[in-house]
Design a protein around this ligand. Structure first.
Ligand code: GLN
Length: 304
């Protein structure tokens, strides 16, 4: 029997001692004020047991972690037709790299980089009656927590400075791979990125990826195959140009965000989330990666 609480306590003691905590993302001005000393971690086992340490109940900007949740919602809405509009290959490049739109086709490399997530946002804007409200309700439902909300200041801050995302959306539009207006799609995208959730809430939302597509409330949200595919995409594409490093060091399907959060799952065993706002040069949480590396080493639990 693994003593998860003792392991989380050990990790907390180890990583909070690190003097180099990485750099807070400042390109979204509203994120720049976050306290770099924050650290939280939350584990949810398939059995229902939960373990936590540090700031695990403090909300933060989930940013690109939201790309997995929009992908899941879009897959449940339109199924495999998604793959007519994007690929599933790792990029090996930063999240906002524009050359990832393969120029002749306008097809993003995968749904977890910005250009791919913008196409997923377009699909949801087409599918949903009230896109922002319906997506928020979906996240609240899979998590079982109606207190989750958008941070409108973060969404606005990103709208004012998101030139790269406007460029990506315009490029997609020029290739006819965006069916709604650039403004409508990016308004949705900036809101999804601004979702504020704690490690505890994220671990609950990601439970369905560890649990064959069945969410916390015991409702089937994805087919087993869809859950398998999302885990595969997280493993190969969840950390941009550091996906190989994350598989090498941690060995779990996961997704990072520039708010310093990481969500991960071990299919059939657990979901886990960690938050440490300082980022490494690849834009992934520095201490978050270290903490998860220690977690899979100390528990001897990874997909490998
Ligand atoms: N909202 C951010 C952006 O589009 C998300 C990036 C991230 O978390 N990697 O730039």
């Amino acid at each position: 029997m693994i003593d998860y609480q003792a392991i989380l306590n050990t990790i907390y003691a180890n990583v909070t001692q690190e003097s180099d905590k990485g750099e807070i993302a400042t390109y979204i001005p509203e994120l720049s004020g976050v306290d770099p000393n924050r650290f939280g971690m939350h584990l949810k086992l398939i059995s229902g047991e939960e373990f936590a340490v540090g700031d695990s109940e403090v909300g933060f900007s989930i940013q690109s972690i939201s790309k997995v949740l929009t992908l899941a919602m879009a897959m449940s809405q339109v199924g495999s037709t998604i793959w007519e509009r994007m690929d599933v290959e790792p990029s090996g490049n930063p999240f906002n790299h524009l050359s990832l739109l393969e120029l002749e086709e306008g097809i993003p490399r995968n749904p977890l980089i910005n250009s791919g997530a913008i196409v997923i946002a377009d699909i949801l804007v087409t599918q949903l009656k009230n896109p922002k409200a319906d997506f928020l309700k979906y996240v609240q439902d899979i998590t079982g927590d109606s207190s989750i909300s958008y941070n409108l200041k973060v969404a606005q801050s990103e709208k004012e400075t998101g030139f790269n995302n406007y460029a990506a959306a315009n490029l997609l539009k020029s290739f006819d791979n965006l069916h709604n207006s650039v403004d409508d799609v990016l308004d949705f995208y900036f809101h999804q990125c601004s979702l504020e959730m704690s490690c505890s809430q994220i671990a609950k939302a990601f439970f369905m990826f560890a649990n064959k597509g069945v969410c916390l409330r015991d409702v089937g949200r994805l087919t087993k195959t869809q859950a398998k595919r999302i885990n595969a995409i997280m493993l190969t594409c969840g950390f941009y140009d550091e996906a190989g490093e994350f598989a090498f060091e941690v060995g779990l399907p996961g997704k990072s965000g520039v708010g310093g959060g990481i969500a991960a799952s071990l299919p059939h065993e657990f979901s886990i989330s960690v938050w440490a706002p300082g980022l490494n040069p690849q834009g992934n949480s520095k201490l978050g990666m270290l903490a998860l590396e220690q977690f899979t080493t100390l528990t001897k639990q990874s997909i490998f």
